[in-house]
Design a protein around this ligand. Structure first.
Ligand code: FAD
Length: 403
């Protein structure tokens, strides 16, 4: 998203070449074909406050395809699935006391009012313990933090947690209002790629940037070819490893996601189910309890997990076996499945993260991506577009001055 958006914003002025190492464009937002449509390799939805994303979709002619749906939630604990969407379901939920629920409700109401960035040096652990107490920490937040950050959860900053809660507070009695594109977010990737090409740019898939070197005249060369401007949207350590400017690395984590086609709904109509007990995945996402079932003709479910460094051996099989046992699903009910992994699926927002964010330009090379300030303290499609816009505006403003 960052690379394609930056290419699009610059393609009105420059002849742009996009180098993408994978076989297709889209990165974390890429999709696989399923029946007559596409399904994201990693579950995606947008939020009503994603002003830049919504404006870009409009500019690309996708507004009619953007639909707003209810995202229901639930918690799975010790063999039981508890719906946790409506006020009545929340009141009835037995694993939190009334006092816990009041504290959580107050935190949710106040989340948007906190200045999240000023909590960058406090751990999420300390913040939750201060505001909600030990029981809410153990029984509500620990499973969420464990599933998202694994062993590094105790290092995560309160800034991340607060902004995460604030983003996810746009909820009515039927759940969160979340946006999805008819035909999936692949239509956004396709529309962006087409727009870049229409403006004279080229997208080279399957071609990684292998080398970056600066000539004596100060021109950056990518794979041996000179460019007036180079924008990198890869993790800073990758940029440095191929010869780019030296940047402090930003800790990233990997994501492994199993996508399955099932013959029945095992999530009682719920979209997002958090797993409270220890499991090889942290959430089960019922995509067709969100996007209309009729688009696919079968129940599509994701098993979501994050990992440090590399996914554990046999991870896909372990996730599926656990899912079958935990949710009482037989193997025959899983019609197909595949796992997608990415070792740089997002930064780990440790305390002090703000100081690691690189500037948009270092030594004449521009860089922008999930690690940039518009994606702090949480990366998103919206953040990618804002980061791309900022770096493109910087480049264009310098060009005007230079011309
Ligand atoms: C499981 C999961 C769920 C998510 N859900 C949501 C959601 O619901 N809503 C939301 O807004 N956001 C969501 N996100 C976040 C969103 O997907 C990202 O913030 C966004 O897609 C990041 O885009 P990017 O271009 O910065 O990074 P990437 O998508 O990682 O793009 C980087 C690209 O660089 C390529 N590359 C790497 N090395 C090289 C090289 N040497 N040469 C050339 N190319 C290279 C990669 O192949 C990749 O295509 C989710 C992310 C994950 C992992």
């Amino acid at each position: 998203m960052t690379g394609l958006s930056a290419a699009y914003f610059l393609s009105h002025t420059y002849n742009v070449d996009v180098l993408e190492s994978s076989a297709e464009a889209g990165g974390l937002l890429s999709s696989s074909p399923v029946h007559d449509t596409n399904i994201e390799r990693y579950y995606h939805h947008c939020f009503s406050g994603d002003a830049h994303l919504i404006a870009l979709m409009d500019e690309l002619g996708l507004t009619a395809d953007l639909i707003w749906l209810n995202g229901s939630t639930g918690y799975f604990s010790e063999g039981r699935l508890y719906p946790l969407t409506t006020p009545f379901e929340i009141l009835r939920y037995p694993l939190l006391t009334v006092r816990d629920k009041i504290r959580l409700a107050l935190l949710t109401l106040r989340a948007g009012k906190y200045k999240a960035a000023s909590y960058d040096d406090m751990t999420a652990d300390a913040f939750i313990l201060n505001t909600c107490g030990r029981h809410v920490y153990d029984s509500f937040f620990t499973p969420l933090l464990r599933s998202k950050f694994g062993d590094r959860r105790h290092e995560v900053s309160a800034a991340w947690l607060i902004s995460r809660i604030a983003i996810r507070s746009d909820r009515g009695p039927q759940g969160e209002r979340l946006g999805y594109l008819r035909h999936g977010y692949q239509s956004l990737i396709t529309a962006l790629s087409d727009a870049v090409r229409r403006n004279g740019g080229a997208i080279h898939t399957g071609i990684p940037a292998r080398t970056l070197e600066k000539t004596e005249k100060g021109v950056w060369m990518v794979n041996g070819a000179p460019y007036d401007v180079v924008v990198s949207t890869v993790r800073p350590s990758i940029l440095t490893s191929i010869g780019g400017p030296h940047l402090p690395d930003i800790p990233h984590q990997g994501a492994a996601c199993v996508t399955m086609g099932l013959s029945r709904d095992v999530l009682k109509g719920i979209y997002w189910v958090n797993i409270k007990d220890e499991a090889p995945y942290g959430a089960v996402i019922g995509h067709t309890n969100f996007a209309p079932f009729e688009w696919y003709g079968e129940h599509i479910v994701y098993l979501a997990s994050y990992f440090q460094d590399n996914p554990p051996a046999g991870h896909e099989e372990r996730m599926i076996t656990d899912f079958c046992t935990r949710f009482g699903v037989s193997r025959e009910e899983i019609r197909w499945h595949y796992m997608t992994t990415d070792t740089a699926s997002g930064p780990v927002y440790t305390t002090g993260y703000r100081n690691l964010i690189p500037p948009d330009e270092v030594d004449g090379c521009y860089c922008s991506g999930m690690f940039s300030s518009p994606n702090y303290p949480e990366r998103s499609m919206e953040g990618s577009i804002v980061a791309a816009r900022a770096v493109a505006d910087l480049i264009l403003s310098r060009k005007v001055r230079h011309d």
